[in-house]
Design a protein around this ligand. Structure first.
Ligand code: NAP
Ligand code: G4F
Length: 338
């Protein structure tokens, strides 16, 4: 029998890749999207699947919207990927973020419990929950120490998922995913901001790219691979949480340096602190500088994940390393730039 799955946040990076994966596995895919005058399904179009998914309107903060959908379809699986997912914005809109990113998880789980408790549920938890890390390498047992309204909302969603699994016997799991990037990444996130920004510079459409803390370090993987792990989590016999990561960490500056190498930009870093900048050695012009506007009130300095449980139980391992990720992103940037 064909399985029916709901993907909240299908218009986002992971939603698009997961939809493609499920369609390839012959699922009936229902994708939910909130109403917007600027709504865009460019990612689904890029993957050639916009006509293959059934789109439904769903505002995550609206309980009745959730109930309506769960009543309409008998979902076998719900993947909750929808969220206000930009950490910096969560400092400006903390209440909104706690509602959309946090409380909505409770709304979905309560609806599953009431209407169709056999539905399997996936929650998109985040390595941001580790925040100011209490262990050098983070795994499923590492304590959380969140540093943003976004991360606090994710911790709420994470524990709510655990509670519904343990109290009501619902197949509800969280994937604690470390940063994952791709050509479908939103332009405001730092990796895409760098790949697109530097391509704009070589095309002559931007003079200088402004960034925040270039010494923050992240464990960066490839989104297309990470959605395979998400799907596998819901196919297990036993509901369990998993860390998904590469186990390697790189600074934003190292990501920039890899980008420069691929684009053959001969750059030189000069200055310190707020005056640090990247000069194009060919013409002496500054192409990257620091703007404190992009600093956060609290920063997550470094993340490194240990996904050995996923290697063992899910038989999932990341294949794409940072250098290749940069190449994948830049090749796409150059192909689609206009
Ligand atoms: P994304 O590209 O920002 O996508 C977020 C999705 O949520 C979009 O489809 C967005 O719709 C939707 N959304 C936002 N507010 C909504 C609302 N009020 N009602 C309904 N839908 C709403 O995020 P992503 O990178 O694909 O990440 C997917 C999930 O994994 C998110 O929950 C994120 O927090 C989490 N996560 C991501 C990473 C990562 O590195 N990418 C790591 C760990 C966890 P619009 O198109 O209308 O904005
Ligand atoms: O790309 P970012 O905005 O991603 P961040 O904050 O790590 O969050 C992403 O990954 C999380 C998983 O750990 C997800 F849960 C979350 O939804 C999102 O997908 O920033 C990465 C780092 C930060 O330390 C930030 O301060 O890059 C630093 N950074 C430096 N300059 C910048 C900039 N970030 C952005 N967005 N823009 C800058 O100009």
């Amino acid at each position: 029998m064909k399985k029916t799955a709901l993907i909240t946040g299908i218009s986002g990076q992971d939603g698009a890749y997961l939809a493609k994966l499920l369609l390839n596995k012959n699922y009936k895919v229902i994708g939910s999207d909130r109403r917007s005058s600027r709504a865009s399904l460019w990612r689904l179009k890029r993957l050639g699947i916009e006509k293959k998914v059934i789109m439904e309107e769903l505002e995550l903060s609206e309980l009745y919207d959730i109930k309506r959908l769960v009543q309409k379809y008998k979902f076998n699986e719900i993947y909750n990927l929808g969220a206000q997912s930009f950490v910096k914005s969560s400092f400006n809109s903390p209440l909104y973020t706690s509602n959309v990113t946090g409380t909505s998880v409770l709304k979905i789980l309560e609806t599953i419990r009431e209407i169709n408790p056999k539905t399997k549920f996936y929650q998109a938890s985040s390595s941001e929950m580790y925040g100011k890390v209490v262990e050098k390498i983070q795994n499923e047992n590492t304590n959380f120490n969140p540093q943003s309204p976004y991360a606090i909302a994710k911790v709420f969603g994470h524990y709510t998922t655990k509670l519904y699994r343990e109290s009501y016997n619902i197949f509800a799991v969280s994937g604690i995913l470390f940063n994952h990037e791709s050509p479908l990444r939103g332009e405001e996130f730092v990796t895409r901001k760098i790949t697109l920004g530097l391509v704009k510079i070589i095309k002559g459409d931007l003079k200088c790219l402004e960034l925040g803390n270039i010494y923050a370090k992240r464990d960066w993987g490839y989104a297309k691979e990470y959605v395979e792990a998400i799907w596998k989590m819901l196919q297990q016999k036993k509901p369990e949480d998993f860390v998904i990561s590469t186990g390697k960490t790189f600074s934003v500056k190292q990501f920039i340096n890899e980008t420069l190498k691929f684009l053959k930009i001969n750059g030189k870093w000069i200055g310190k602190g707020l005056n640090e900048r990247l000069i194009n050695k060919r013409n002496g012009k500054t192409i990257i500088k620091i703007n404190p506007k992009f600093f956060r009130p609290a920063e997550v300095d470094i993340l490194i994940g240990d996904s050995s449980k996923a290697h063992k139980v899910l038989k999932w391992k990341p294949r794409v390393k940072l250098k290749e990720l940069v190449k994948i992103m830049l090749e796409s940037e150059l192909k689609f730039y206009n």
